[in-house]
Design a protein around this ligand. Structure first.
Ligand SMILES: [Ca+2]
Length: 308
């Protein structure tokens, strides 16, 4: 396994070579990975470890994805497109980024889905996200994965799925709210061994990074997670996350699935807030989020190696 630690603030870079391990240690302890080999992510999409790369620079926004799911809220009167290219130089990474904007009187859900058929036991996903000044707290949405054996795998909110059909987690800012919006990031997860509440309902369980990770609005943040499915019959599944290249969550002993045949076969970027949710979640009557520099890979990716 190759790991590179880049300490940006260090006046002297210390380079350690030990067998196949390469460590470049820097002041902020930022953990660098695959992206360190591709300056500005140029060419990273051709790496044999990479399953998806989208910097939203050239083609139609969403063209690299298999599904773009857009849904309007109940009684919507605003037809504004909720997914478009952001070309404002003061915002975009590179020439363009993806801009998603939900409206109380328009779209309530925008989800980009990429299928990774036939699926994997272990993947990493890194993306950059920027929450707008209009952002309060919200319903659900972030970057996540699913292992989805087909129709009916997700039985619905409040119900645990079957161990051979489905598991899912999304890293999203719906955690502790003693912080400014958008709130702290947590993994919201469904799997067959998830815990029930006191009434026997299975609502999304949390895996909570420590300390609380609260993205600053109007600032690009590098988010990465890793999932490793368990061996059937054992609780050796894993989940990790890094924010701006720093590890802030390491969850172990997760019994994601009952059979090795159920694979992680889908990643997504999602954002959802129903019209009724605006009143109780603060912020404005829109929710704006920008995404960029998405990489899904079979090894740790790390932050892009210089500002795009
Ligand atoms: Ca871009």
């Amino acid at each position: 396994m190759q790991k590179t630690f880049l300490n940006v603030g260090a006046s002297v870079f210390a380079l350690f070579l030990s067998g196949s391990t390469f460590l470049l240690d820097t002041a902020f302890g930022q953990e660098m990975g695959l992206a360190a080999k591709y300056r500005g992510d140029v060419g990273i999409g051709n790496d044999k470890s990479v399953l998806l790369h989208d910097n939203f620079e050239d083609s139609k926004i969403g063209a690299a994805w298999d599904e773009i799911n857009l849904r309007k809220g109940r009684g919507a009167t605003n037809n504004a497109q909720p997914l478009e290219a952001e070309m404002d130089k003061s915002i975009a990474r590179g020439k363009r980024s993806a801009k998603v904007q939900l409206r109380k009187d328009g779209h309530e859900d925008v989800t980009l889905v990429k299928w990774l058929k036939p699926g994997h036991d272990e993947i990493y996903m890194r993306h950059y996200v920027r929450y707008g000044a209009d952002y309060g707290y919200h319903g659900h949405g972030g970057s996540g994965f699913m292992a989805d054996a087909g129709k009916g795998g997700f039985k619905g909110a409040g119900l645990a799925p079957d161990g051979d059909k489905f598991f899912w987690a999304t890293l999203e800012p719906i955690g502790p709210r003693q912080w400014d919006p958008p709130g702290a990031l947590i993994f919201y997860a469904y799997w067959w061994k998830m815990k029930a509440d006191g009434r026997g309902k299975h609502w999304g369980n949390w895996f909570q990074p420590q300390p609380d990770q609260v993205p600053k609005r109007e600032t690009w943040v590098c988010v990465e997670w890793r999932v490793k499915a368990n061996t059937a019959g054992r609780d050796d599944g894993e989940l990790d996350c890094w924010i701006d290249g720093k590890k802030c969550g390491e969850f172990r002993n997760i019994h994601w699935r009952s059979t090795d045949a159920l694979k992680v076969n889908k990643v997504q970027l999602s954002l959802w807030l129903e019209p009724d949710g605006y009143a109780r979640s603060g912020g404005g009557t829109t929710r704006t989020v920008w995404y960029d520099d998405v990489v899904v890979a079979t090894e740790y990716i790390g932050p892009a190696t210089f500002p795009l």
